[in-house]
Write a protein that binds this ligand. Structure first.
Ligand code: GLU
Length: 363
């Protein structure tokens, strides 16, 4: 075990009290410091900014506008980082803050920059603390929730393990007993994720956690979901002592990092609807998408963007990097490749999406 990403949920840090529980934060920082003493690199994805900010601005309970929430996050994030720094400095470490939105993952250059910064912080034995950039983010540019953010970060940083700390012991079965080990996330496991009501300022639930774990295990990362307020929980997980629910990583990295970026990291800018022949060719793998199989296009995108490929019945089949803009695809849809040049006045590629840039979505 060399590198671990630890995600800490709002409910762990605040207990839904709109105030960071110093005792809990100290305990977590202490455990992380012990791992770092042993040479294990730790990246933290921390929620709690909004919860803390609500208390500081005395805005708890009321319905908030977007700008109020953004302001709350700004105050809370600062407070949260001060507390992290205080706790880590007692053990001789410093924390570095990185605030991200989905746009940072969509843009390949910024995506790589996140990786460089993380690696440099870790090289200097600083603890990267990551959160969504809530003070500027709106629905359209949000990563979604911090569970998804923790998957994106653990994959980008090639972590060996992702630990998601929450306010429950782990995934429970129908009799409410802890499931200790999951080999593969299947329909049965998904059906155990009942939606539970959390506190208003935390966005996740077991569903978003399992989604994050599903993606991370596919990337070859072992995952654990566990109760974050328990003493020594992180150290127990690392030492393989029973704690939470452990999810096995896929045996090998099933798809390349570049294809994972296309299929699971970026947000698609639009979509093409394809006929049954193209759908079968794509789902069977190994086939590119040609204009002849395209029935329609929606959204406004340019060449090089990632788009969804959907069947007529709206099922998502694949994601891929398009060679043509939405405007061009609208003109060449349904046509044979030898008509592309006649219609557009140019032909850069035969394929709208080349199979090397296409990722079939299995579920
Ligand atoms: N970014 C939010 C915060 O710091 C939390 C979002 C989440 O928990 O998913 O308060």
């Amino acid at each position: 075990m060399k590198r671990v990403t630890v995600k800490i949920g709002t409910k762990v840090l605040t207990g839904c009290q709109n105030k960071i529980d110093l005792r809990v934060l100290e305990n977590i920082a202490d455990q992380i410091s012990s791992l770092m003493d042993k040479g294990i690199e730790v990246i933290v994805v921390s929620s709690g900014a909004i919860g803390a900010g609500l208390g500081l601005l005395k805005l708890g309970g009321k319905k908030k506008s977007l700008s109020e929430l953004q302001a709350v996050a700004s105050v809370g994030q600062n407070h949260l980082m001060n507390m992290y720094n205080d706790c880590f400095s007692k053990r001789g470490y410093v924390a570095g803050q990185i605030l991200l939105t989905q746009e940072d993952f969509d843009n390949r250059r910024r995506f790589l920059n996140i990786r460089y910064t993380l690696n440099t912080l870790l090289k200097h034995k600083a603890v990267p603390i990551i959160n969504e950039n809530d003070s500027i983010s709106t629905e359209e540019i949000k990563c979604g929730d911090n569970d998804r953010l923790s998957y994106l970060v653990s994959d980008l940083a090639a972590s060996d393990m992702l630990i998601i700390l929450t306010d429950v012991e782990g995934l429970c079965d129908r009799d409410n007993k802890l499931v200790k080990h999951v080999r593969k996330i299947n329909a049965e496991v998904m059906s155990l994720c009942r939606r539970r009501k959390g506190c208003a300022e935390s966005t996740g639930g077991m569903i978003t956690k399992i989604e994050a774990v599903k993606n991370a295990t596919r990337s070859g990362i072992t995952c654990v979901i566990a109760g974050g307020r328990k003493n020594n929980v992180i150290l127990d997980i690392i030492e393989d002592k029973a704690a939470g629910t452990r999810f096995d990583a896929a045996a090998k990295k099933e798809i390349s990092a570049r294809k994972r970026w296309i299929g699971y990291t970026t947000r698609p800018k639009g979509k093409v609807i394809v006929d049954s022949g193209a759908a079968a060719a794509i789902s069977g793998g190994k086939k590119s998408l040609l204009p002849s199989g395209i029935l329609g296009v929606s959204g406004k995108f340019t060449d090089g963007d990632v788009i969804d490929v959907v069947a007529e019945n709206k099922i998502l089949l694949a994601k891929g990097l398009t060679n043509y803009t939405s405007l061009a695809i609208d003109k060449i849809k349904g046509l044979r490749t030898d008509s592309i040049e006649k219609v557009l006045g140019y032909k850069d590629y035969d394929e709208v999406i080349h199979r090397d840039n296409l990722v079939v979505i299995e579920d």
